[in-house]
Design a protein around this ligand. Structure first.
Ligand SMILES: Cc1cc2nc3c(=O)[nH]c(=O)nc-3n(C[C@H](O)[C@H](O)[C@H](O)COP(=O)(O)OP(=O)(O)OC[C@H]3O[C@@H](n4cnc5c(N)ncnc54)[C@H](O)[C@@H]3O)c2cc1C
Length: 307
């Protein structure tokens, strides 16, 4: 099945989500091409194993409709039957345009898919990750939005071997007046091998200093629940869960987190889960490999002391 992967960049490199999809396509031996969309000047996003075309957007305009038009022409010209994209802002916007162009419904929140006898079946999460369903996709052009961290990222050899296509603006392009790039320091949530997340059981925003100290000792990234993000203890960019980020670290330490399904959906696939909660009935313990029933404000300082 001829496939197009819509990729993205992060810090001038192929994003981890893009590399995850490329790994899956390679595993399935799909005949695939990548179109990477971005507005920076990346260098090492090509490959000798697959073709990657960089669709460079203007930084001062929002012009994804033009970009989607060119992707549409590429799909038609190359008789692409399957389009895979990350479930990201750019991915969702482009897939939305393509779904109108090809009069087909995109399948979102895909966590896996298989192809047998040229038939495509997807596995999707619904109800905030509480239920999974399988769907058989019969449209001519199949549009899939893949949930981050659904596939293992394999070692992919990248090179400078890629073409660039500058996307022009049109009368529908929207002017961008200001761009705020959030400062990122320390290990990043999506890539870190250890993630420590805080919940309302940290009792007060001031106590997050303990989480910072523990994270520094373990070289870990810091996340949080929506409850504390809504309370203004932490920025939204650190929220883990259904409406935040999906993480899959080797170790996830949940501090004072009840384990609501909307939180679990963003971290339940972590390899080893440690939970600290004073309520032994807290749902987070059901998915934990190691549970500590205790007060976060007593347990965390002891952990720091012993590291
Ligand atoms: C549409 C929708 C989307 C959502 N998306 C997200 C999302 O992306 N991410 C997310 O996290 N949530 C999300 N939520 C919210 C989610 O339902 C929960 O409300 C939230 O995860 C709860 O956060 P919490 O565990 O910090 O707080 P709580 O549920 O209040 O849990 C606090 C826990 O801390 C424990 N505790 C209290 N004091 C201590 C102490 N001193 N020591 C140890 N333990 C203590 C308590 O026993 C309790 O288990 C969403 C909800 C909806 C409806």
């Amino acid at each position: 099945m001829k496939t197009l992967i819509i990729g993205e960049t992060s810090n001038n490199e192929l994003s981890s989500g893009t590399l995850e999809i490329i790994s899956k396509a390679t595993d399935l031996n799909l005949d695939f091409t990548v179109i990477t969309v971005g507005n920076s000047d990346p260098s090492n996003i090509g490959s000798n194993d697959f073709s990657n075309i960089y669709f460079k957007l203007n930084t001062n305009k929002l012009n994804l409709s033009n970009c989607a038009d060119e992707i549409k022409s590429f799909i038609e010209k190359n008789e692409i039957k399957l389009v895979l994209s990350n479930s990201s802002y750019i991915g969702r916007d482009i897939i939305a345009f393509l779904s109108i162009d090809f009069n087909t419904s995109p399948v979102s929140n895909v966590t896996n898919f298989e192809i047998s006898n040229n038939e495509l079946t997807t596995i999707n999460l619904i109800n905030g990750g509480e239920s999974e369903y399988k769907a058989s996709i019969i449209s001519d052009v199949k549009l899939l939005l893949v949930r981050p961290k659904s596939f293992e990222q394999k070692g992919i050899q990248l090179s400078d071997n890629f073409e660039t296509n500058i996307i022009t603006d049109n009368e529908n392009s929207i002017d961008v007046f200001d761009i705020h790039i959030e400062e990122k320091t320390g290990p990043q949530l999506e890539d870190s091998k250890i993630v420590i997340s805080a919940g309302r059981g940290m009792v007060d925003a001031e106590n997050l200093s303990m989480i910072n100290e523990l994270a520094e000792k373990l070289n870990a990234a810091i996340g949080g629940t929506r409850a504390i993000v809504d309370a203004g203890w932490m920025p939204y960019s650190q929220q883990v869960g259904q409406t935040g980020k999906t993480v899959k670290p080797d170790v996830y330490i949940a501090c004072g987190i009840s384990g609501a399904t909307q939180h679990q959906v963003g971290m339940k696939d972590s390899k080893f889960i440690i939970a600290i909660n004073k309520d032994e009935e807290a749902p987070i313990f059901q998915i934990s490999d190691l549970g500590i029933v205790g007060d976060t404000l007593t347990v965390i300082p002891k952990l720091i002391e012993n590291l």
